[in-house]
Design a protein around this ligand. Structure first.
Ligand code: ASP
Length: 619
């Protein structure tokens, strides 16, 4: 049996590598004991590393007095005949192995033999007959097995992340992440982009979220903000003449975490000078093309482009899932004269009656319709009106309020035919769109209107520059306050901000926004006007963005860029369900890292150095 010397670390192969062609080779593997089975006289070990699993066999040695003593000795390249006592010791050691111990073995690759092959494993046609075994480290009994994690709480998986990451899917996700980052760098490098790092300890850049603050020890009473994105720095790099910048960079946003958010996340951030929207789109498209190629996902030659208005009108949302048709239609005009009170009230309040035609939906039971109503209710709908089409007639639900003439027009507008069902929501335009967009996606899933392997990409352009914040009674930037209005809308900046369109664009895949950017304002006077329209006074603009406005005064070129959400892209490419599946050390929904226990209280000494006192708020 080998002792721990450097030799035992010299692997000849990885655990995912050996194939039938390797039979007869003498190899050395290192890894973790995934499982062990003692069949009395034969011990089977599944040995795992990040590349896969190989079956190792330890045979009980034949007693020394028998002629075959020496077991597997004799082949070319093999250690010669071994002492029988040593083999017995190795076998005994093999019997002590337990899950997740770290071992090094050497041995002969041999075919598994008839009926013992495992076609599901790439290495399933061979096994290694162990002739040396070294225990590199033992493991305490693991809180969960990396291979049986599905019933394990996510908290446990994150607390013992090092065990969770031993799962092949996690290793694959991190590997894919690495390769995607490399593809991003390769494409942009070839196109003349330069990766530049920008500071983490900086001043607030608004992306619509709360800042994480870091107290300064040297300038007591002051704080750095962790960047929500490198937005201002990348624009300043354009002023500095860098022309083509990119960075794979961490961004920090202190938001209440929804399922698909993390407080720190990674972007591919880029910016270029002397460009229009089309140039930025043309520069970033090959990045997606290469990522899809390596992840073996489809990417179209021509990505469809929708305006924001088209997307919202047809899909109810600015990130449409275009894997399936099932378009929303505005029925307001058609049902304007209906006696259905809910429709009349909504229309009188300048709302809309919008709906969707469900192919084959006439077979929905009352219970199913109620379930869809409840689902729409989760997205704010106060109700869901419906009617079915049967034998050329609308029946059920609101059909009695729909005249024959309206019926004909509805059938036309929705392309509805016998056997279909119409759902309607009467609400404000935003309210109706929100609930219908969600309902549409649920219908798409439930009715299997697309295949899990389908991919649908689109660009969405011409967003509104601002949206009305009813709570704060002010206009908020829809992307961020550095996005340029379209030049033809400049006149309306002060008089009708809601109608101003932005030079902004998002890329959407399967209903997920994977990136967004814009052409920026390079002229300080326009930037100042936009700040003012957003309710940022000259003084506030000066104190928050004075450095940036000043930079714009010194020869800022026209410029624009985009940022792609790396975590989301990897999630889509590996088919993950959560961002936590593709981030090595993510936070929980409460912003906690169960592995390290962050955030945590700090020493009094650390607080004193920062001149910070914690005052427990009154209960
Ligand atoms: N800074 C923006 C963001 O993080 C992206 C951009 O406009 O380039 O969403």
């Amino acid at each position: 049996m080998a002792t721990l010397n450097d030799e035992v670390l010299k692997r000849t192969h990885t655990c995912g590598q050996l194939r039938a062609e390797d039979v007869g080779k003498h190899v050395r593997l290192c890894g973790w004991v995934r499982s062990y089975r003692d069949h009395g006289g034969v011990i089977f070990i599944d040995l795992r590393d990040r590349t896969g699993i190989t079956q190792i066999v330890f045979d009980l040695p034949t007693p020394a007095h028998l002629p075959e003593a020496g077991g597997c000795g004799g082949q070319a390249g093999m250690p010669q005949h071994k002492d029988n006592a040593e083999e017995v010791a190795m076998y005994d050691l093999a019997r002590t192995l337990r899950a997740e111990w770290v071992i090094s073995i050497s041995g002969l690759v041999r075919p598994r033999g008839q009926g013992r092959e495992n076609p599901k494993l790439p290495t399933g046609r061979i096994e290694v007959l162990g002739d040396t075994l070294t225990v590199l480290n033992e493991s305490k009994p693991v809180p969960f097995s990396p291979d049986e994690y599905t019933d394990v709480s996510e908290d446990a998986r994150l607390r013992y992340r090092y065990i969770d990451l031993r799962r092949p899917e996690m290793a694959r996700a991190l590997m894919m992440r690495h390769r995607i980052c490399k593809a991003m760098r390769d494409v942009l490098d070839a196109a003349g982009f330069i990766e530049v790092e920008t500071p983490f300890l900086t001043k607030s850049t608004p992306e619509g979220a709360r800042d994480f603050l870091v107290p300064s020890r040297l300038q007591q009473g002051t704080f750095y903000a962790l960047p929500q994105s490198p937005q201002l720095f990348k624009q300043i790099l354009m002023v500095s003449g860098l022309e083509k910048y990119y960075q794979i960079v961490r961004c920090f946003r202190d938001e209440d975490l929804r399922a698909d958010r993390q407080p720190e996340f990674t972007q591919l951030d880029m910016e270029m000078s002397f460009v229009t929207e089309a140039d930025v789109i043309a520069a970033i498209t090959p990045v997606f093309r290469d990522i899809c190629k390596l992840a073996q996902k489809p990417f179209p030659d021509e990505v469809p482009v929708l305006t924001y208005d088209q997307a919202v009108s047809l899909y109810g949302i600015d990130r449409p899932d275009m894997r399936f048709e099932l378009f929303l239609r505005d029925a307001s005009q058609i049902v304007a004269a209906s006696e259905f009170q809910v429709f009349a009230d909504a229309l009188a309040a300048r709302g809309v009656v919008k709906g969707v035609c469900v192919p084959g939906g006439a077979k929905f039971t009352r219970k199913e319709i109620d379930a869809y109503t409840a689902y729409a209710g989760d997205f704010g709908a106060k109700g869901l009106a419906w009617c079915k089409l049967e034998a050329g007639q609308m029946v059920g639900g609101v059909a009695k309020f729909v005249t024959a003439q309206m019926q004909a027009r509805l059938r036309d507008a929705f392309g509805a035919k016998d056997g279909d069902l119409l759902f309607f929501i009467a609400d404000t335009p935003a309210g109706a769109n929100k609930a219908l967009a969600a309902l549409r996606c649920k219908l798409g899933r439930d009715l299997k209107l697309y295949d899990e392997n389908d991919f649908a990409w689109c660009w969405v352009t011409r967003f509104p520059l601002v949206e009305w914040n009813e709570e704060e009674k002010r206009w908020d930037a829809m992307h961020h306050p550095f996005t340029s209005p379209r030049p033809e809308d400049l006149d309306k900046l002060e008089t009708d901000p809601g109608s101003v369109k932005a030079r902004a664009y998002d890329i959407v895949c399967n209903g997920l926004e994977l990136g967004g950017g814009s052409i920026r304002m390079h002229r300080p006077d326009i930037q100042r006007r936009v700040f003012k329209m957003l309710g940022i006074s000259d003084e506030q603009a000066q104190s928050r963005f004075g450095f940036f406005l000043e930079a714009l005064e010194y020869g800022a070129p026209p410029h624009g860029g985009i940022a792609l959400g790396l975590d989301r892209i990897v999630m889509v490419m590996v088919g993950g369900q959560s961002l936590r599946d593709v981030i090595a050390f993510p936070k929980t929904q409460k912003g906690i890292c169960p592995l390290t226990g962050a955030p945590s209280v700090v020493d009094d000494k650390q607080l004193r150095e920062l001149d910070i006192r914690i005052i427990t708020p009154p209960k």
